[in-house]
Structure formats: C-alpha cells, structure tokens
Design a protein around this ligand. Structure first.
Ligand code: I3P
Length: 128
C-alpha cells in the first residue's frame, strides 16, 4: 500500500525525478526552460519540489522543503508531446487554467508509468 504522509493530504501514487518545463501560463506561451524536479502524484494533484539533495524514496517525501508548486489535475488534458520537443519520452499536459507542462525521462518505462498514472487520476476525476 502507498504511504500516507503527514504533510500531503492524499495517498502518494507515484514519485520520482523528472525533467520538467512549463510551456504556457494561463494560455500564454512561455519560453521553455528545462529543469529537474522531484515530482509526486498524490490525490488530485501533481506536486513539484526542487530537485532535492537527498530524496527519501520510501515515503515519496523529498529530503527538504515545501513544494515549489502543484497542479490540480481535474479537467486536465494529457497527451504525448510528439511535436513539442526534440526530446524522447515527453508527456504534455494542460490544466483547466491553461497552464501547460512537459515532463520527460530518458527511461521509457518510467515515463510510461507516469503517463498511465496521471491518466488514471484525470479519468477518475472526470467520473466524479
Ligand atoms: C530552447 C532549448 C530547449 C528546446 C527549445 C529551444 O532554446 O534548446 O531545450 O526544447 O526548443 O527553443 P533556448 O535555450 O534558447 O530557449 P527541447 O529540448 O524540448 O527540444 P523549441 O523552441 O523547439 O521548443
């Protein structure tokens, strides 16, 4: 079973280091700037932490700090970012508020897991 964390309101479904860039804010295109984030999929949200020095994988909780940001997945649209990056294994999603992100891993199985996990959360929220 997934752990419950005192400072996360929901069960952690997935966590790990991913390359991330925000490409739009409120529908306005942003300049791409890739960086590494510790990403947690929990409840209805993706939660981003700055790349922690010492992540604690057993709990999903990073070794430091409060989240840098989080994203509500309710109503979000998810697809593969085939034309949005020269990189391989890139997920693209857009929130209802018009924020768009790319998430990438060189590990294809890893990014497949994230895709399935995020899609499952979006579908669950669509049914509610
Ligand atoms: C961008 C940078 C990104 C690249 C992006 C470039 O240049 O090289 O890594 O995205 O391509 O514009 P800059 O650093 O000068 O902003 P990918 O790595 O995802 O391909 P894009 O303009 O085609 O999005």
């Amino acid at each position: 079973a997934s752990p419950r964390l005192p400072d996360l309101p929901h069960e952690v479904e997935r966590f790990g280091l991913l390359n991330k860039t925000k490409i739009a804010e409120g529908g306005r295109k942003l300049r791409k700037s890739w960086g590494v984030s510790w990403v947690v999929l929990a409840g209805n949200s993706l939660i981003f932490y700055k790349d922690p020095k010492a992540p604690v994988p057993a709990t999903g909780k990073p070794g430091c700090s409060r989240p840098e940001s989080s994203v509500d997945l309710r109503g979000a649209a998810l697809d593969w970012a085939r034309d949005l990056s020269s990189r391989k294994n890139v997920i693209h999603f857009r929130t209802v508020t018009g924020n768009e992100f790319l998430l990438q891993s060189d590990d294809e199985a890893e990014i497949q897991g994230w895709y399935q996990g995020i899609r499952a959360v979006i579908r669950r929220l669509d049914r509610e």
